[in-house]
Design a protein around this ligand. Structure first.
Ligand code: HEM
Length: 270
């Protein structure tokens, strides 16, 4: 669940800011929820954990802690409990009254993106290329479905993003039916549940699971330099990741009397 919770915060913040909009359930004619957007459908996990946290909080201090803040805190604790850095989290976000499926489809980066697309997707929400490379280290934990990388299982030696042959054989065993397999595969093949810089060393040996991971190294330029830096120095990764998480957590939050503190994360208050 650590990886799933970290990803929920990211997918929340990239769509109209960190406002819990991802949690709102679709209601025909009222709310077109984000959970059915392409990058989220059958993919994002962990909502039941957020609901359980919210229920426990409502027992202790009703109406105080927003679902958007729960996302931010759960992401921080998921990283820390997995052995990564513990960074400060600002609080006071309020929950949205709306969701935006169209924006979720537009703003969330795709696993087929190249470096230019990735830099643009992060710039669109005010994050730098450095933030993008550091935050991609979120793939140090968690899992991906076979269909997100199945196209990479047919090796093309001319392709600089091609998987190493031993890694490709391993993945073929883990996804026997290719894209149709519903297996979940570790994003970081070396230290799958440890939040560390092994994600970056994997890229140096063509063991980045997603195309969007491997391009960070295979594309000459600033992103490759950062991958080399983070692969070499875990503390540089930990520092830049923490800075970038704080920035990501501050994307256009609702504050003060804007929005509301939802009673149940899936629904706007009656
Ligand atoms: C740079 C652009 C990114 C792309 C293209 C991308 C894409 C993906 C994809 C395709 C998956 C697998 C989804 C599935 O199985 O259906 C995934 C999983 C994941 N992503 Fe990303 N991601 C990106 C950035 C990030 C960022 C910024 C974070 C957090 C800081 C993050 C954290 C995660 C985690 C932890 C998982 C595993 C989730 C789980 O186990 O439930 N990703 N990502």
């Amino acid at each position: 669940m650590a990886g799933s919770l970290l990803r929920l915060h990211f997918h929340d913040c990239f769509v109209q800011g960190c406002d819990g909009s991802l949690l709102l359930k679709s209601i025909a004619g009222v709310i077109e929820g984000e959970q059915e957007a392409l990058p989220n459908a059958n993919s994002v996990r962990g909502f039941e954990v957020v609901d359980a946290i919210k229920a426990a909080l409502e027992q202790e201090c009703p109406g105080i802690v927003s679902c958007a803040d729960i996302f931010a805190l759960a992401a921080r604790d998921s990283v820390a409990v997995s052995g990564g850095p513990s960074y400060p989290v600002q609080l006071g976000r309020r929950d949205s009254l709306t969701a935006n499926r169209e924006l979720a489809n537009k703003n969330l980066p795709g696993f087929n993106f190249n470096v230019t697309d990735l830099v643009a997707a992060f710039a669109n929400v005010g994050l730098s290329a450095r933030d993008m490379v550091a935050l991609s280290g979120g793939h140090s934990i968690g899992k991906a479905r076979c269909n997100t990388f199945a196209a990479r299982l047919t090796p093309d030696p001319q392709d600089p993003t091609a998987l190493s042959s031993s890694y490709s054989s391993l993945l073929q065993q883990q996804c026997p039916a290719g894209a149709a397999s519903d297996a979940l595969v570790d994003l970081d093949v070396t230290t799958p549940i440890q939040f560390d810089n092994a994600y970056y060393s994997n890229l140096l040996s063509n063991r980045g699971l997603l195309h969007s991971d491997q391009v960070l190294y295979s594309t000459p330029g600033a992103t490759r330099d950062l991958v080399n830096l983070y692969a070499q120095t875990n503390s540089a990764f930990a520092k830049d990741f923490s800075v970038a998480m704080l920035k990501m957590g501050s994307i256009t939050p609702l504050t003060g009397s804007e929005g509301q503190v939802r009673n149940q994360c899936g629904y706007v208050n009656a």
